[in-house]
Unconditional design. Structure first.
Ligand SMILES: Cc1cc2nc3c(=O)[nH]c(=O)nc-3n(C[C@H](O)[C@H](O)[C@H](O)COP(=O)(O)OP(=O)(O)OC[C@H]3O[C@@H](n4cnc5c(N)ncnc54)[C@H](O)[C@@H]3O)c2cc1C
Ligand code: FES
Ligand code: FES
Length: 1314
């Protein structure tokens, strides 16, 4: 593939590996091809991970390095993404840059729709996309405008959505960058297409090219004749076009093709013919080109002829991302016949035909059900080629529609999709032809031919619809155990889509003949439109730096991320970007395939005999370990020898001289298991089996039992919350290099806790810690997933390196990473609330259970933090909560941004929402009534002052125009039966502190060199949050030195010993205080010298200090905040301060499909005195979007045997650009109090996650409105994540009642809810 070739062979490491399957966009490059016939050059974005090198003959590939670098000149795209703060960890940035760059090559002044579409195939886990969109907007013609005139308003129109304009005063700012300083985009300066490639293309050799290796042969015929000959010679060889189907099959399913045929520039395969009957499109035409062609045709031809083209276009807008659409061919799409193909259901109902060719001649076959089922009589013969596809025009009285619902609106395979076509007799409304096809509901695209046949001759009315639903549900039947699960949802979608089709056609008929056809019932009009959000705009309001501050002092200014430009040029070096070290080996793991089993035998002989394989380690090779962090490391966690407790547990480590060989050998390791009982997967099963880690934790305040006696009402309920995958873009990566003397070893790693890695490695190697040095340059996203898990991987890698005396690299593939490393803990929260009729909650009794997985890791700590933070912003005068970490047979879960709070907080908010429903009050009112009132006491008896909480709440109410919009939402809901809006606001009190003083200590080392430059080192890890940037701001303020004189190289146990892990929102807080301390020590020492020569430079002072033998190096130290908690008494002072905030979100849901659109979010945060507003807002919104994903679309699926299905971006959906709120307004509360934190700032890394639940409760509110209208009884209990499936199934109606239901226990479900 192109990706390893670029990275390993050409050492162009700007292009990143994120998933290897086309799903993340980190590997985006621009491919340019010259067409000698049209004389045009086509530039398109492509995923290097799926692009075979051999397919690139004659093409030009541009990588991020090719468009600009700090050594030459950076490209405006690179500059603007960096300066608009569109990078955090920076791992996704080169891919973003290349997607945008390619767009600009084709459209130098793109529209906003083009921009959003261009980024549809790129994922970012850090930024929340808003700053990236803002950077992109600077290239638009009218960059200030959303360019949306939906509903007749655009962002520049006053009073959109009732939002009062923010007033720009002296003290607040609305922009984090200044456009004036940007380099202009000058298309004439772009790289030209290499003339030699043009000449080559013009000369077009008429001979097949063959590339070969010992395992594979790649044949590239250049004429149709040669192609057919190759197909005769190798009938089983696939015809690879875009490789987006064959590639993933080879990679993920292990399918091997010894010969591949790849036609190159064969004109006949690229035809675009307009005939009398329709359009003929060549099989090699890319899906992106199909989209453009259809868009053109639909503009030119009358609508009655283009029904099918409109429907295809609709699906082409959301099918995959632009990279895949540009690579994939129409022929490849049709022939691969994916069960969830978006286009095949449409093509199948549209009487399309396929033109085939072989040496025997031409023939035509229909694209029908038999073809889709691959019936031999209706399929291509092995030696046949698909040349083109005929897509007929539609006729008058013929209508075609397309439907799909996916977990995410864009770039996600459909859960169910459908193509529907009906043709009536001339003006009589009688069905003459009807054709309905579904994808996602079986092993192939399914056509409901029998049902359609039975409906012919019937008039288009409600009785027909009713009969159609019943017939189709019968014909398109899905067993309860169908692969992919979501069976009832799928059944419901089958009929819901049909209903939408019925309405769409009825409306058109009415438009065509208003006299004969009845109007749609007004109630049904709202079913018609799809939810789409394509235009985004945002505002920010933050406080300017203190005007009294020195002009050179950067604190309080929106300084760009220190590595921003390097992220954007691809020069920033991540672990796997480090060059290969001499004699380097690669290590990969073999993991358990059973959830609970005895290991009977491990046979490594076949694997060991493969060429290049150096060693295979099992648990027997590794010594037992002890570390200072024993609680984090179960000895069994290294490599298991006797027993496995979860799928994905490490069993062997295979070491070979290349990655390919190591992975190949790993597949040859044979492990025989004997299954053991019990297999505990869910929290409920753990409770049943009393499978808990010790101890149970409890927090109690007031007298709960007594309080229950005096309350008006009591309710009991529970909520289940699913886990979350970290999905950091850079997978776990490490390179271990033995130094060759004194048993010294260097570990270069992407990790949050270098000290732990040093410790565990030293233990495994049986050397003292001073021999092991751990270095972290930067981390491509971590979110808690690189605290403990990395340690085990690094220790094993170090053991291998030490054993063989050779460097060893270990880079996990995305699927391995997700499987092995666990994620956020799923939670079960049970609550019993005693409350008064006015909404006051007087007693709350709760139980928290988390699904810890097979090993303890940090699970108990997560439970503890959950208990300490559960009351969120509320004063519950009598509160009891007990918590258990459940031991199950799942991969061990670990820290993830928020650490228990997102789960504990949701449980409390769910309880409050239910109390509100019982009292007949809006949830916001009950939230307000129960909120802390200024000076108060927490359940662990820590004093707090919540003035800023109230302030945030009030400000959020005001800026979001909550009352006005609540009324507007209610009005909308009363007028729309099938669409509902919801509005919800949640407060936030996020405690900051680690529970012990020692956990908060931090150190720094600052050197001044004789040329006046400064090197800062501290114990914090740069993982995107910008801690290094903030540290340089601190040093710059303290030393009164320009930022440009200060440098920071990375983090290492060599310079700062005994570091605490970077996490818990306090990395900048704690290390900043240490840096400040070091700088102040230096200043103190240098004071006499500076005062002797106050006008001198740092170079003068450094030299003078040196001459006077004054040390120019100082350590700084911060001992940690006062922090303690006594679990015996449940009292203490665990937290130093609290971050307050509030968020108000509005959504719209489609009750028929379960889709939702995030309309608007307003966030108000109390950030104290922001050290860097750009970084702080980045943390807030990045976390908010991650939280939104957690509570709405991110869903992990496990088989009943405990196997994780969702192991990559194609199955697990994190928010993409299409998910962010159309409007996002963030404002900081004016700072009000000085504190003893770093310059009175607050740590903001984690808190924003929880605000994502405002979207959860907005959806909850919308569902409530739907249910209320339908007269459905309460209480409404909705689990998290609130996926399209849950939304649809909660909006019960005649369709959900119509579907068949399976008796629980009568089938084995595809997945179990964890
Ligand atoms: C990340 C990702 C996201 C995706 N999302 C979606 C989505 O949302 N919706 C959707 O519908 N699909 C989606 N897909 C699937 C995608 O549409 C198909 O993979 C693609 O259309 C296949 O086209 P290709 O040219 O790459 O096929 P290839 O992989 O090149 O070939 C596929 C098959 O077609 C055969 N073939 C190709 N051309 C010919 C020919 N001329 N004659 C005979 N046989 C031929 C080959 O032999 C091979 O068996 C996604 C794929 C990826 C990787
Ligand atoms: S690495 Fe290629 S798309 Fe993810
Ligand atoms: S900045 Fe996008 S993934 Fe980190």
């Amino acid at each position: 593939m192109l990706l390893p070739y670029l990275r390993k062979k050409l050492r162009l490491t700007g292009t990143k590996y994120g998933c290897g399957g086309g799903g993340c966009g980190a590997c985006t490059v621009m491919i340019s091809r010259y067409n000698p016939i049209t004389k045009k050059i086509r530039h398109y974005p492509a995923n290097a991970c799926l692009t075979p090198i051999c397919s690139l003959y004659g093409a030009a590939v541009t990588t991020v390095e090719g468009i600009g670098s700090t050594k030459t000149r950076i490209h405006p795209v690179q500059e603007r993404i960096a300066k608009c703060h569109g990078t955090q960890c920076g791992f996704c940035t080169p891919g973003m840059v290349m997607s945008l760059y390619t767009l600009l090559r084709n459209h130098p002044e793109p529209t906003l729709t083009q921009l959003n579409d261009a980024l549809g195939g790129n994922l970012c886990r850090c930024t929340g996309y808003r700053p990236i969109i803002n950077a992109c907007k600077t290239f638009c013609k009218t960059s200030g405008c959303c360019q949306s005139k939906e509903n007749g308003v655009c962002c520049l129109d006053q009073g959109i959505n009732g939002l009062p304009e923010f007033e720009e005063g002296n003290e607040t700012s609305l922009k984090l960058f200044s456009e004036e300083e940007f380099l202009p985009l000058d298309p004439t300066q772009e790289l030209i297409f290499p003339p030699e490639l043009m000449t080559m293309a013009e000369k077009k050799t008429q001979k097949t090219r063959i590339f070969g290796s010992d395992r594979m042969t790649w044949i590239s015929p250049v004429t149709l004749k040669e192609l057919l000959e190759a197909k005769v010679k190798y009938p089983q060889a696939p015809v690879v076009m875009g490789n987006t189907s064959v590639g993933p099959d080879m990679k993920f399913k292990g399918i091997f093709h010894p010969v591949i045929i790849s036609p190159d520039r064969i004109e006949e395969l690229s035809v675009v013919n307009y005939t009398d009957n329709g359009l003929t499109l060549g099989a090699a035409v890319s899906l992106a080109e199909v989209k453009d062609i259809l868009a053109n045709v639909t503009r030119k031809l009358p609508e009655e002829k283009t029904q099918m083209y409109h429907a295809l276009l609709k699906h082409l807008e959301t099918l995959a991302g632009p990279q895949i659409r540009n690579m994939a061919s129409l022929g490849g799409h049709i022939v691969s016949r994916h069960p969830d193909s978006d286009l095949n259901p449409l093509l199948a109902v549209g009487n399309c035909t396929l033109n085939l060719l072989s040496k025997e001649g031409r023939r035509q076959i229909p694209l029908n059900e038999q073809f889709l089922r691959k019936c031999p009589s209706a399929d291509l013969k092995p030696e046949e080629i698909l040349i083109s596809v005929n897509i007929p025009y539609s006729r008058k009285w013929e209508f075609v529609s397309a439907f799909r619902q996916a977990q995410r609106q864009q770039n996600a395979l459909a859960i169910v999709n459908s193509g529907m076509r009906v043709c009536f007799g001339k003006g009589d409304g009688i069905i003459r032809e009807l054709s309905i096809a579904y994808g996602g509901v079986g092993p192939t695209t399914i056509l409901a031919n029998n049902s359609c046949q039975k409906l012919i001759g019937r008039p288009w009315n409600e009785e027909m619809l009713d009969a159609a639903c019943r017939l189709i549900l019968d014909e398109v039947s899905l067993p309860g155990s169908a692969p992919g699960g979501r069976v009832e949802f799928k059944r419901t979608l089958i009929v819901s889509f049909l209903f939408k089709f019925y309405l769409e056609v009825s409306q058109i008929l009415k438009g065509m003949d208003p006299v004969h056809y009845p109007s749609l019932a007004s109630k049904n009009e709202s079913a018609l439109e799809d939810l789409h959000s394509r235009h985004y705009w945002s505002t920010l309001k933050y406080q300017n730096a203190d005007p009294k501050q020195l002009s050179q002092d950067p604190v309080g200014h929106p300084i760009m991320h220190l590595s921003g430009i390097k992220h954007a040029t691809g020069e920033a070096v991540y672990c796997d970007d480090m060059p290969v070290v001499d004699r380097e080996l690669f290590l990969t793991f073999v993991t358990s395939s059973r959830a609970h089993a005895k290991i009977v035998s491990i046979d490594v002989s076949a694997a060991l005999s493969l060429p290049g394989v150096v060693d295979i380690l099992t648990g027997e090779h590794l010594p037992s370990i002890t570390t200072t962090f024993d609680f984090l490391t179960d000895a069994d966690q290294l490599l298991s020898t006797d027993e496995v407790s979860c799928v994905g547990q490490l069993v062997c480590a295979v070491i070979a001289d290349s990655e390919v060989q190591a992975r190949r050998a790993a597949q040859q390791v044979k492990i025989v298991y004997q299954d053991l009982e019990p297999v505990i997967l869910t929290i409920e099963e753990a409770i049943q089996n009393k499978s808990f880690f010790e101890p149970e934790r409890k927090l109690e305040y007031g007298n709960v039992d007594e309080a229950f006696k005096v309350v008006d009402q009591i309710l009991e309920g529970e909520i289940h919350m699913g886990g979350q995958e970290h999905f950091y873009m850079e997978t776990q990566s490490m390179l271990v290099v033995p130094k060759g003397e004194d048993r010294e070893i260097d570990v270069y790693v992407s990790a949050q806790f270098p000290k732990y890695i040093q410790d565990i490695t030293a233990s495994v190697l049986k050397v003292s810690a001073n021999k092991v040095m751990c270095h972290v340059k930067r981390v491509g996203g971590a979110f808690g997933g690189k605290v403990t898990k990395t340690g085990v991987l690094a220790a094993i890698t170090a053991f291998a390196a030490n054993k063989h005396g050779r460097p060893v690299r270990c880079i996990l593939e995305r699927g391995e990473d997700i499987l092995i490393t666990g994620g956020r803990h799923p939670y079960l929260g049970k609550y019993k609330a005693g409350f008064m009729n006015d909404g006051r909650i007087l007693a709350l009794d709760m139980e928290h259970y988390n699904n810890a997985g097979a090993f303890l890791d940090e699970s108990l700590f997560v439970i503890e933090m959950g208990l300490l933070k559960l009351e969120n912003a509320y004063k519950f005068p009598n509160l009891r909560c007990r918590g258990w970490a459940c031991r199950t047979n799942l991969p061990s879960n670990t820290a993830l941004r928020g650490f228990g709070f997102p789960q504990a907080g949701l449980i409390t908010e769910a309880c409050i929402t239910e109390v509100a429903a019982k009292c007949g009050l809006p949830p916001e009112k009950v939230r307000m009534i129960n909120m802390y009132k200024e000076i108060d006491q927490t359940p662990y008896k820590q004093e707090i002052n919540t003035k800023n909480l109230t302030q945030c709440w009030k400000e959020c109410m005001a800026t979001s125009s909550y009352t006005l919009r609540k009324a507007a939402v209610e009005k909308f809901n009363s007028e729309n039966y099938w669409k509902k809006k919801g509005l919800a606001m949640v407060p936030l009190k996020y405690p900051i502190g680690l529970g012990s003083v020692a956990a908060g200590q931090a150190a720094a080392l600052v050197h001044i060199y004789l040329d006046g430059s400064v090197l800062v080192t501290h114990g914090g890890i740069e993982m995107g949050q910008g801690v290094h940037t903030k540290m340089i701001q601190v040093a710059s303020r303290e030393l009164r030195m320009p930022l440009s004189s200060i440098h920071l190289r990375g983090t290492s146990t060599e310079t700062i010993p005994n570091t605490n892990p970077s996490g818990g929102s306090v990395v900048a807080d704690l290390n900043g205080l240490a840096v400040k301390d070091a700088c102040q020590t230096l200043l103190k020492r240098l004071k006499p010298i500076i005062s002797k020569n106050p006008k001198g430079t740092w170079k003068d002072w450094a030299q003078a200090a040196f001459n006077e033998s004054i040390s120019l190096s100082a350590t700084g130290y911060f001992r940690g905040y006062e922090s303690n908690i006594n679990w015996e008494t449940g009292e203490g002072h665990p937290f130093e301060y609290f971050v307050y905030g509030a968020a108000c979100s509005e959504v719209e849901i489609d009750c028929l499909t379960g889709a939702h659109k995030n309309i608007r979010t307003d966030i108000v945060m109390d950030v104290g005195y922001s050290i860097n507003p750009a970084l702080d807002v980045g943390q807030i919104e990045g976390a908010f979007i991650q939280g939104m994903g957690l509570y709405t679309i991110e869903e992990l699926n496990y088989s009943p045997q405990g196997v994780l299905y969702t192991r990559g971006p194609n199955q697990y959906k994190i928010p993409a650009i299409c998910d962010i709120p159309m409007e996002l307004h963030i404002s900081f509360l004016p700072p009000s109090e000085n504190s003893n934190t770093l310059y009175s700032s607050k740590g903001l890394g984690e808190s924003g996650i929880f605000l994502g639940c405002s979207v959860f409760f907005a959806i909850h509110d919308a569902i409530r409105a739907a249910r209320q209208e339908r007269g459905l009884p309460g209480p409404l209990r909705l689990n998290s994540p609130l996926t399209p499936e849950k939304i649809r199934m909660a909006c019960e109606d005649k369709f959900t009642k119509m579907i068949p239901r399976d008796e629980p226990g009568s089938y084995v479900p595809w997945s179990v809810p964890i």
